[in-house]
Design a protein around this ligand. Structure first.
Ligand SMILES: *Cc1c(COP(=O)(O)O)cnc(C)c1O
Length: 451
């Protein structure tokens, strides 16, 4: 069976390319921009390749009761909207996707909005949304006969790539910035058998080095410049729409690092809308850390016409990126949906993370920027009380336990960062106490925590 109905189109100049003959760094040879997967058959209103919205909704629901392993994947369950393989039999899956959508009643009340939810992509097999993109792009690598795959990473991409490569029997090369990723993520890459290089540079420097490597050796690049990653990463949009019975929420709030995820979710919502699965798109807003906010600056300074790379600085290591590859795609998503691009401070991130934690939802600091950003959007009047909001939580709390422990010990933030927020921070801190081995001492700790 030939399931492959796609082609690649340059986002910048529109040049079309066959996936098999694009350059190894996935840059357009004409203008240097990134490619996007497109499905020519979907444009013809009554063409044989245009998916039927009603039939798809029924089929995807049926698959939830199926015993096929491909149907158990929350990515491949929607495979009619990602026909990128010659045969779906080549898909490499770890049962990714199908992540929970949690209600956040306490945060909603504090913000004065009615309907606030968190789509927790940290509940994927390796603990981040990167799994949804890795299952698709790595399956393409395997189908095309590659023996090696590689990525430069702030941590989670390497963890996901190493796992999926190991499942497929491929070798993997990980290039990470020395000392600038969380240990848990590095541990995963090693556990899954990747060749791991800590390079003496930052993430953007790692990308430069690896781009050279894939031009010199037959290694398949799995950074998010690879357009097949975005095809998997668009599927949480389908899950969200399905969860709301195909009425999309008013707002979707996504962290922004390399900006592939916001681009992918926008593509997912756009395609659903074009195919008649939904009636509109949500406003999609991107939140960045103040020290790594090149898209915020670009949209504020010149409506996203150009982006000035910057040296990135934030403890939310997953979004510590100063020269984001997918910025043009993300800028388009924010602009076409009427969303916002907002930055948040280190203290605001830490507070939001502790607040999510206190609702029973652990996440990475890079995920907590969504709640921190929502607070600012509400304060600006950009989100109205009656609207439905979904925060996209991108990674699992155990990815970066050091961050959480430092916050509760009071060693995370410096005095300057805390100014004006000391009381709020102290009310959220729950440092582990050392007490005597008596019931009285433990009960005293319980008493001391009340009121
Ligand atoms: C990769 C990552 C991000 C950033 O996603 P981009 O697609 O690079 O914008 C945010 N949070 C976590 C936990 C990540 O792993």
């Amino acid at each position: 069976m030939n399931d492959n109905l796609h082609q690649l189109r340059c986002f910048g100049c529109g040049t079309r390319a066959d996936g098999a003959i694009t350059s190894p760094d996935f840059r357009c040879s004409v203008c240097g921009d990134l490619f996007e997967v497109e499905y020519p058959g979907w444009g013809q209103r009554k063409g044989p390749d245009r998916p039927n919205a009603g039939a798809l909704k029924w089929l995807w629901r049926e698959r939830r009761c199926s015993s096929e392993s491909l149907d158990h994947s929350g990515v491949w369950r929607f495979r009619e909207l990602l026909p990128i393989l010659e045969s779906f039999g080549n898909a490499v899956t770890l049962r990714e996707g199908n992540t929970p959508l949690y209600h956040l009643p306490r945060a909603a009340k504090a913000l004065g909005i009615d309907q606030l939810f968190a789509k927790h992509q940290g509940m994927n097999p390796t603990g981040s949304f990167k799994d949804t993109g890795m299952t698709t792009a790595l399956s393409v690598a395997k189908e095309r006969g590659f023996e090696w795959v590689a990525c430069a990473s702030t941590g989670n991409t390497s963890a996901a790539m190493a796992a999926y490569a190991a499942r497929a029997g491929l070798r993997s090369l990980v290039v990470i910035p020395e000392g600038k990723i969380a240990w848990g993520k590095l541990a995963q890459a090693m556990d899954y058998g990747a060749v791991t290089c800590q390079v003496k540079t930052d993430f953007d420097g790692c990308v430069r080095v690896l781009t050279q490597v894939v031009k010199e050796a037959h290694i398949y690049l799995l950074n998010s410049v690879n357009p097949y990653r975005l095809e998997g990463q668009k599927t949480p949009a389908f899950e969200i729409a399905e969860a709301f019975d195909w009425n999309v929420p008013d707002h979707l709030i996504v962290p922004g690092g390399n900006l592939a995820n916001s681009s992918a979710l926008g593509k997912g919502f756009r395609e659903m809308h074009e195919l008649g699965l939904t009636h509109r798109m949500p406003r999609i807003s991107v939140i960045q850390a103040e020290g790594a906010n090149p898209l915020v600056r670009s949209l504020a300074n010149n409506q996203g016409a150009t982006l000035e790379p910057m040296e990135a600085q934030t403890r939310a290591t997953a979004i510590r990126i100063g020269n984001p590859a997918s910025w043009r795609k993300a800028a388009r998503v924010v602009q076409e949906t009427g969303g916002w691009c907002q930055d948040v401070s280190e203290a605001e991130i830490a507070i939001a993370k502790a607040e999510l934690g206190s609702e029973g939802l652990g996440c990475e600091p890079a995920s907590a920027v969504t709640l921190a950003g929502l607070k600012k959007l509400c304060a600006k009047g950009a989100v109205a009380p009656g609207e439905t909001v979904v925060l996209l939580l991108t990674g699992h709390t155990l990815k970066d336990a050091d961050y959480t422990i430092d916050f509760h010990r009071g060693t995370l933030l410096n005095d300057e960062e805390k100014v004006g927020l000391e009381t709020k921070i102290d009310s959220l801190r729950r440092n582990a106490q050392v007490v005597d081995a008596t019931a009285d001492a433990v009960l005293a700790a319980v008493k001391g925590s009340v009121g």
